[in-house]
Design a protein around this ligand. Structure first.
Ligand code: NAD
Length: 313
């Protein structure tokens, strides 16, 4: 357990694959952290690391100067900040109704830019500083504290958020005003979905032609097919250690989240009449894939080409 050396009190809501390790890094930097998640097990892991736990988002934010959320999708962010009468009773009242002015809100979930702007408008009207700050770098980056934060919001809110984000990340970009972080993030993830699908397709072509997946990966890594998925997140089991494909596609970035991000990108493109044919192809693959593999890491798209990989790790 780390001694609390920083007077800033942070409420952290959403302790999943990403939020859990991110909150742990705030504790390591001496912040006073109070957590909330619908999962008691997730809360217990943070309690073991030295966080205060709470029984609702409202209780978590009591006395906090900063609120950070790391939730699955737009609807969860909307429920937590704006409320939702049909939601779980713990989250039925939105936080923005009673957060004091002067609070800093950082939402690191990947959500619809329009939804991020809507929440930001309501927060700003109440004197709350707010940034959208989605991340890149995966669970390994969350654990190592090396995430890339892509931030949208006013300069004043960005300046307040930056030192806190540095406790969880290495590269902090200010992409522009509210929602800009989300736009940059979905451009990145559309490309990631395309790269992961293309890498899986290429490896499968080689393997079905008698090549060894590891040898082929190494060749492409040292050739012009080199990309992030080959380098640090190979979708074929047993090539890289400590990646989801080598542990049954568990942990990591769930296919349902990649599917959500691809649809956010397609929607953003449709809204302004921009063509995204490669993004549309990757989306079609994930549309099929999530029917059976919603909770498996997104690299399990490998199984679309070769279902035997599901039994290899
Ligand atoms: P996750 O599904 O593992 O975790 C989400 C957590 O939020 C869960 O623990 C869930 O219980 C909790 N939650 C849901 N609704 C809640 C509520 N109303 N109140 C409190 N807690 C609630 O997801 P994740 O992989 O940690 O991803 C979180 C966000 O980060 C997503 O938007 C995802 O797209 C994005 N992201 C993920 C990765 C990755 O590699 N996993 C990388 C970059 C960005």
């Amino acid at each position: 357990m780390t001694e609390k050396t920083n007077n800033t009190h942070i409420a952290f809501i959403g302790l999943g694959n990403m939020g859990g390790p991110m909150a742990k890094n705030l504790l390591k930097h001496g912040y006073n952290v109070t957590v909330f998640d619908l999962s008691e097990q997730a809360q217990q892991q943070l309690a073991d690391a030295g966080a205060n736990t709470s029984s609702s988002p409202q209780e978590a934010v009591k006395g906090a100067q900063v609120v950070i959320t790391m939730l699955p999708a737009s609807k969860h962010v909307k429920t937590v900040y704006l409320g939702d009468a049909e939601a779980n009773e713990l989250t039925s009242q939105g936080l923005l109704s009673d957060l004091p002015s002067g609070t800093l809100v950082i939402d690191s979930s990947t959500i619809d830019a329009a939804e991020a702007r809507k929440v930001a408008k309501i927060a700003t009207a109440k004197g709350i500083d707010i940034v959208d700050a989605p991340v890149s770098g995966g669970t390994a980056g969350a654990e190592a504290g090396t995430l890339t934060f892509i931030v949208g919001g006013e300069d004043s809110a960005f300046n307040r958020a930056e030192p806190i984000l540095k406790a969880m990340g290495k590269n902090i970009f200010h992409a522009g005003s509210s929602g800009a972080g989300q736009v940059a993030k979905i451009c990145n993830n559309m490309l990631l979905g395309i790269l992961m699908s293309g890498t899986a397709e290429a490896i499968n072509l080689g393997v079905k032609n008698g090549l060894d997946a590891g040898v082929l990966s190494e060749i492409m890594l040292q050739s012009s097919g080199r990309n992030w998925t080959l380098e640090v997140y190979n979708p074929y089991p047993g090539i890289l250690e400590q990646v989801p494909s080598s542990r049954g596609y568990t942990g990591g970035f769930m296919s349902q989240h990649m599917h959500k991000d691809l649809h956010l990108a397609l929607q953003a493109a449709e809204d302004i009449g921009v063509e995204v044919p490669m993004g549309a192809q990757a989306t079609a693959l994930y549309d099929e894939h999530v029917k059976q593999h919603n909770e498996k890491d997104f690299s399990s798209i490998m199984a679309h080409f070769d279902s035997s990989v599901l039994n290899q790790s």
